[in-house]
Every structure is written in C-alpha cells, then in structure tokens.
Ligand binder design. Structure first.
Ligand SMILES: Nc1nc2c(ncn2[C@@H]2O[C@H](COP(=O)(O)OP(=O)(O)OP(=O)(O)O)[C@@H](O)[C@H]2O)c(=O)[nH]1
Ligand SMILES: [Mg+2]
Length: 210
C-alpha cells in the first residue's frame, strides 16, 4: 500500500464527536502499552503521526486518522493496565463499546496482543465480543522482535487453539517491520469486504433488550 497522505482528523470520547466521514474504518484495539500507536505509525511509515510512550495509558481518546483520503485508521484507548487511574480504566468499556457497536463505517478491528505477556481475560473478552457482534477482526502479536523464533511459534499455536482464529494471526514488529506486509493484506481485504457490503443500520446490531 502506497501511503500518499495520512492526517489526524480528531480525537473523540462520545459518538457525537466522531468525524462526519463516510470512509471505512479499521480500528486498533488491545491492552494499554501493547503497541497500538506504534503499529499505526509503522504501517503508515510515519515516525510520529501518532504519539507513543513507555508510559501505559497514553491514548485516552478514540483518535481518527484519514489515510490517502480513502479510509480511516482508528487508534482506540488501551485497556487493563493496573497503573492507569481507575477512572480512566472505567471509561474504557463504554467508550470503546459504543464505537464498536454503533459505527457503521467500521470495516474491521486489528486486535493486538503483546508477545511477551500472556493474553488476559480482557483480551479474550474482546475477541468474544467481536465474534458475537459479527465484527471482522485479525489478531496481531506485537513486539515480536522481543521473543525468539521458537517462542513465536509456540505463542501462535496457543492463540490459534485457544481462540479458534487460525488464519488471522500475524506476528508483528514495529521495530523490524515483521508482519507489515501480511497485516496490510488483511487490512485491504477488510476494507474491500466492507466496500462490497457495508455494515448498515440496526439489522447488523444485536438487540440486548430481550
Ligand atoms: N521492541 C518493540 N517495542 C515496541 C514495539 N511496538 C511498541 N513498542 C514500544 O512499546 C511502548 C508502547 O507503545 P505504544 O505504541 O505507545 O503503545 P499503545 O498500545 O499505543 O499504548 P497506550 O496508548 O498507552 O494504550 C513504547 O515504548 C514503544 O516504543 C515493537 O514492535 N517492538
Ligand atoms: Mg497509544
């Protein structure tokens, strides 16, 4: 994918602040500090489009970036980091839940798991939620440069078995560029799928009332 332009549109906390755009969106979700923002920079070959930090909990809003004037990357705030203030942690669920269930432009989610940490219950909940909602997703295992080849293989096996997600798990490193090409091809597929069959209206939503 040739990146001609990439620009920050805005950060939003509630639905009314989402940009009034119609382009399909790819959202990046995962625990705090897993490398979401770095992954977006790496995919776009931009060093500092998205702010990254050693301190977990940096991204606290839903940040929208317009790419090539044709689709949007959405950097979601990270979940589940103990040192992040309770108030912030509590706001994650409704903020992200609203976005994932109500944004018709959502074409798919990149779920990011840290290669050096065991997947948590929160990661599993996110995967279950996406499956339940019928939201297409791929899993990217971040910071793969930090673990050896045999650990990489074991981790992939564990994830595939645990979550039954065979074809969509990719190793990724923002440092070495590992998995960049593969992740892009998944993203392009998700965008194409959405373009041929956009997610529209209440028929694709699940009714929790009854
Ligand atoms: N070695 C290595 N470090 C990485 C990689 N990706 C991210 N990091 C480092 O991990 C830390 C967190 O990265 P971010 O991209 O800010 O993580 P985030 O998921 O956006 O974090 P929050 O916004 O706090 O939720 C930074 O210090 C990055 O430099 C990677 O692929 N390899
Ligand atoms: Mg971030």
């Amino acid at each position: 994918m040739k990146i001609v332009s990439a620009e920050f549109i805005r950060g939003a906390e509630t639905g009314k602040d989402y940009p009034p755009t119609h382009a399909p969106e790819i959202a990046f979700a995962g625990r705090s500090n897993v490398g979401k923002s770095s992954m977006i920079n790496s995919l776009l070959s931009r060093k500092n489009l998205v702010r990254t930090s050693k301190t977990p909990g940096l991204t606290r809003k839903i940040n929208f970036f317009l790419i090539n004037n044709s689709f949007i990357f959405v950097d979601l705030p990270g979940y589940g980091y103990a040192s992040v203030p309770m108030e912030v942690r509590r706001s994650w669920a409704p903020m992200v839940n609203t976005y994932l269930t109500q944004r018709d432009q959502l074409a798919g989610v990149v779920v990011i798991i840290d290669s050096r940490r065991d997947p948590t219950e929160l990661d599993e909940n996110l995967i279950k939620f996406l499956k339940f909602q019928g939201i297409p997703f791929v899993v990217a295992v971040s910071k793969a440069d930090k673990i050896g080849r045999s650990q990489q293989v074991t981790l992939l096996e564990v994830l595939v078995k645990k979550w039954e997600i065979e074809t969509q798990v990719e190793l990724f490193s923002s440092v070495t560029g590992l998995g960049r090409k593969e992740l892009w091809s998944h993203i392009i597929e998700l965008l194409e799928q959405w373009r041929s069959k956009p997610r529209t209206g209440p028929s694709t939503r699940i009714n929790f009332e009854k």
